[in-house]
Design a protein around this ligand. Structure first.
Ligand SMILES: Cc1ncc(C[n+]2csc(CCOP(=O)(O)OP(=O)(O)O)c2C)c(N)n1
Ligand code: SF4
Ligand SMILES: [Mg+2]
Length: 288
């Protein structure tokens, strides 16, 4: 559903980690001076997925797990827009898993933020793909989105933030959006965003997070060494946050740049009959 109403106050529980993310998105957009009419926020389904209702920008409430298809569609229709897709771990890593994996190789220059609270918050706290073993009877090992993303050889920007550290979060989001603005491709940021009602992990995560840039051997242009560094850190019981992959400059590697070149995209193209008559006649004559 395309949003046309004025923004409303967030409906989240007081203390929900999603508030920090919302504030960081606002701040990053303001710092980068993105006009509201040039920003499109595509929300998933879940507490996190209602984020687009709380900002006065163009908003789409996507189908469950299908926000990336819509976000890529918006970018291809009008590559001038800043497109941010945002949803939860259930939305992105369960029902949306197929689209999630393909987004890395498609590499459209959009930002995808997953607010990971290791539970299905909106439906009252069931285990999600990232839940720890033992949470509400969960017996499956948690899915690690960053580790999976690091294993896909595509020139994506990859990072993780923590809602308990809003300053770093704003800086990371700004960098991710700048990456998109340069048409370099897909940016993925997982935000550790505690669900204070059903899975309050603030204290635990505060103890476990480590800034990956402070670790010996940190080099986000080298996927292979970052995969090893990431794995070693998680195996030591820590949660790495920061930028994990910042590819060396690949000019216009984004899907929209590859498909459209310098073309403005269908949404901004001249569509009058006069300007397209010659091409139309060629098409009719079967020589296009
Ligand atoms: C097709 C479909 N299946 C299931 C649901 C029920 N449902 C609503 S939100 C949700 C998961 C929410 O979890 P998450 O994406 O982690 O978001 P959170 O609420 O934790 O922010 C589910 C399963 C639905 N709305 N539509
Ligand atoms: S239920 Fe959890 S995820 Fe949903 S608004 Fe409340 S604290 Fe946030
Ligand atoms: Mg969730």
């Amino acid at each position: 559903m395309v949003q046309s109403a004025k923004p409303t106050a967030p409906i989240w529980c007081p203390g929900c980690g999603d508030f920090s993310l919302l504030a960081a998105v606002k701040k990053a957009a303001a710092n980068l001076k993105i006009p509201a009419h040039d920003l499109v926020l595509v929300g998933g389904i879940g507490c996190s997925g209602s984020i687009h209702n709380f900002l006065e920008v163009n908003g789409i409430h996507a189908l469950h797990g299908r926000l990336l298809a819509q976000a890529v569609g918006v970018k291809l229709a009008n590559p001038h827009l800043t497109v941010v897709a945002a949803g939860g771990d259930g939305d992105g890593y369960a029902i949306g898993m197929g689209h999630f994996m393909h987004a890395f190789k498609k590499n459209a220059s959009i930002l995808y933020i997953v607010m990971n609270n290791e539970t299905y918050g909106l439906t009252k706290g069931q285990p999600s793909p990232t839940s720890q073993i033992g949470f509400e009877g969960n017996i499956e090992a948690p899915f690690d989105a960053i580790l999976s993303a690091l294993s896909i050889p595509a020139p994506n920007f990859l990072a993780r933030t923590f809602s308990g550290d809003p300053k770093t979060m704003t800086a990371v989001l700004e960098e991710a959006i700048r990456f998109n603005h340069e048409h370099r491709g897909f940016a993925f940021v997982e935000d550790l965003s505690p669900c204070v009602t059903y899975n309050d992990t603030y204290k635990l995560w505060r103890e476990k997070v480590v800034d990956v840039s402070k670790l010996p051997g940190y080099d986000p242009t080298d996927r292979k060494s970052m995969f090893r560094l990431y794995l070693e850190t998680t195996e030591a019981g820590k949660i790495p946050i920061g930028v994990f992959h910042r590819p060396a400059e690949v000019a216009r590697a984004g899907l929209e740049a590859k498909l459209l070149g310098e073309n403005v995209g269908p949404a901004r193209s001249e569509i009058s009959v006069e300007s397209n008559l010659a091409a139309y006649q060629k098409l009719l004559a079967g020589v296009a």
